[in-house]
Each structure stands twice: as structure tokens, then as C-alpha cells.
Design a protein around this ligand. Sequence first.
Ligand code: AHR
Length: 510
Amino acid sequence: SSAPAEIEITPQDTGPEINPHIYGQFIEHLGGVIYDGIWVGRNSKIPNIDGIRKQFVDDLKRIAVPNFRWPGGCFADGYHWRDGIGDPSRRPRTYNYWQASMPQGLDDTEPNHFGIHEFMNLCRLSGAEPYLAANMGSGSPQEFHDWVSYTNAPVGTVSLANERAMNGSKEPFGVRFWGVGNESWGCGGDMTPQEYASLYRRFVTQFPAFPPKPFLIAVGPRGHSKDLDLGWTNGFFEAMQGHRTRVDGLSIHYYTDFRNSPEKVSTFDARGWYDVIREGLRTETVIEQHWAAMGKFDPDRHTKLIVDEWGVWYRPGEEITPAYILSQPLTLRDALHTAVTFDVFNRHADKIAMANVAQTINCIHSLFLAQGDRFARTPVYYVFEMYRNHMQSKLAAMNIRADELKVPSRSGSATIPGLSGSASVREKTLTVTLTNPSLDAPVAAQIRLTSGSITEGKGTILTHTEMTAGNTLDRPNEIKLSALPVVVRNNRVEISIPQRAIVAMELKIT
Ligand code: AHR
């Protein structure tokens, strides 16, 4: 039988605008992400626009992709931007320390076919804003500042602007988001928060003042550590006390880390299902705790959270091909994890200025898998499509009354909310997203407004009869979105949300 749920929404009680950048992307020179995933080359038979896979661009436009973080990840801290400019046939083949550090014996060289101009072209074609990560690991403040000048200086100022023009872009790229290093507690330099804070100040103090005004993002914690790594956040901000250097964003990396789980990725049981979704829900604790820690140092709340790497990371062994490291299979379970994570992000829109899924294609929590002329949208992709309307809408107060679910877990049993969701409003449209994580029972939900009327509605649903279902390169259409009829009766929406399902509704209100 169905589990009942009552949902009360107050569209007039609006919170902050949901920053579209929350629905952002992350791409790195790793395995099959850039080469073959995104970059197929100008002479490829695979349909492409200036070397970029066309299907990738088309689908990104469908989800109104807001940004790309590039070139890493750990790769960024070994990347020298000059290697990726100029005549592609003359670019050097350089050492990819990041791939070289992996035990799988990957190609440890980088051809540099995809550099800043190709990246900016991807942003332009898809309508995304660039978010660049500076090399703090093996680079210098000077190299960083030169990159800023190369990208942002108008022609007629510094010579680097003329060089950019000679390489094809007279107009400055206008890059606003700058990450200063990546995981400096690990691959980015194995630093203490105090060491990082002092280097951060050196990298930022002489930042070239070409427009636009930069949004500077400091390296933050490894949120999936057992103790949430609050020591990093506290240590960094303590070390920044008494200094004038600005920090606009603090990066958090929060992976649902199942690398050590013995289960196969594509065949799991109920416990595996719920464990992953529970970890997605834990995003809320990570955000709240780091936000509270930051508040002690930044009472005016200038610094916002940037969750610039998140997703479920499984154990290796089921990649598309071994060279495409981390190109793991994605299933319906990961779609539900995505949905509950987005609902957390939405509900904390006052704190989060950006989030970037790791990574868009052929890597970890991907929206797409690709190899040669084969291409698949994963279940995760469809959640981006379903949540698209939340972008730039205002968070609306929502109260969900549903029984908790008692579920099996690694430690025996646990409880999770029987229904998760968020609501947002733009003009006269209310967007409501809800997830029923139960493997057993549908939820019979009633949605009503505390004041005002619902006149009509439409919706979409993502579900499948098998919890382990996913899309592969051989079976790319196993899971896809379906239309969901939404009936409004007596000013209420009455809806049955099947087990293992995500629904998104657009309600017209007066
Ligand atoms: O996304 C893969 C890797 O995970 C990134 O390079 C790094 O920043 C993180 O550890």
C-alpha cells in the first residue's frame, strides 16, 4: 500500500534566488573526459563543431549548462596554460603527472590539443561560463597572473592580449571565476591550511585588474573525510584573520565515496541502494557544518560555498575501457542521489554560489558516456533536465509531512526521509521536485498552497522497474524521462509517486 505524504508550499514566502551555477559542470584532462569524450578533433567523422562533439554541445544546451570548471582537478596543479595555445600542430606533448600517478599504467602524456581557446569555444557553443583553476602546485603567481592577462586583458594593453588576438580571439574571454589551486591538502601540494593560506595570499595579491571583477575561490575541505575536515576550514580562515586578501568562495569537495565497497557497481542490493542515497542526503550536514564554521570568521557572510566536486565514486573495474579511468556505470540509484543532492543545494541556496558535478562525461558521476561514435545519456543527465526550472527561481517555503523510512544500512539499519524535495517560484510558475527513495511503496502525495491557487500543472518522471537499471553505450535508452500527468483537484495536486522515482512538476499558480 501507499505511504501518505502532505506537502504544503507557501510561494509568497520566497527565499534566495537559486543560483544557476549550482547546476554546474567539471571537466578534467583525465582518462576519456576531454579526449574522445568532448574533443573528437576537427577531422573526425564523428559530428563535431570545431573538434567538439556535437551531441555533447546539443545536450548541454538542453540543460542550460551554466558553467564548466576546467582544466582540473588535480591536473590543474600541473598544467601550464602556454602549452595549450598557438598552432595545434606545434604544441608540445607534456607530462601529465596526474595520470602518471595512477596505478593503472595510463598514458602519462598530454597532447595539448584542447587548450584555453578550445575550452572557451566549448563555453561559447554551449552558453556556459568558464571557471578556471590556477596551477598552484607547480606554477608560480607570475604564471597565474599571465594567464589572467592573456584571458582578460583588452587588446592594446599588455602584449599577452595581442598574443591572444593572434591566436584567434580579439575579444577578451572575460573570465570571472578563478580557483586558486585544487585540493592543496592532497595532490595540490600536500599543504597545511596555514601554508595554503599564505600561498593563496601571494597568488591573489597582485591579481591583474582587467575586467571583470574576479570571483576568487580558495581551496576548501575534503568534505567526505570522516570528521568532515572542519580542521581545514577553521585553520584556513584563522590563518586569513588580519589579512585584507579577499576570499569570495570556499571550495568543498564532497564525494559519496564507495571506492572501498566490495559490491559491483552495476549489481547491488537494497542495502547498497539506500547507503548511496543516505550519503547524498548527508550533503546537508556537510554544508551546514562548514557554513557554521565559516560564520565565526565571516559574520557578514561574504564568502560563499562552492561545491566544485561532488558525486558518487565507486570502486574501479567496470569502466567503458581501462584507459577511460573512472568511467563507471551509472544507474537509477545515482539519479536519485543526484535529485536529493540538488534538493539540498536548493534548500541552501543562501549559502551555495556554485556546484560542479564530477565529472560531466566518462568520469565518476557523469551525465554522458562516449566512445568513438557511441554516446549515451546516463540517468544523472535526466535529473539535470528535470531540475532545470529551479535555476534562477526563488526558493519557496515547503513543508513535507511523510513518515521516515527504516532502511537496511552498512551498520544494520538507518532511517531516511520518506520523501525529499524542494520548491521554487518564478513569476506564476512553481517548480516542485520530489524523490521517493523507497524500493517497496509508492507515496500518495497531496500538494497544496497555504494561500493562492494552483490552476494547472504538468510534469516528468524518472523511474524504472529495476533499481540497477542504467544506460550503457550498447543500451543507451534503457532509462529516460516520461511525461507525468498532473491533475489539480480542489486546488490540490494529488499524485502517486512510484517507488524508486523522481518527479518534477511545473504548476501554474495565481
Ligand atoms: O575528479 C577526480 C579527482 O578527484 C580530481 O582530480 C581531484 O580534485 C579529486 O580528488
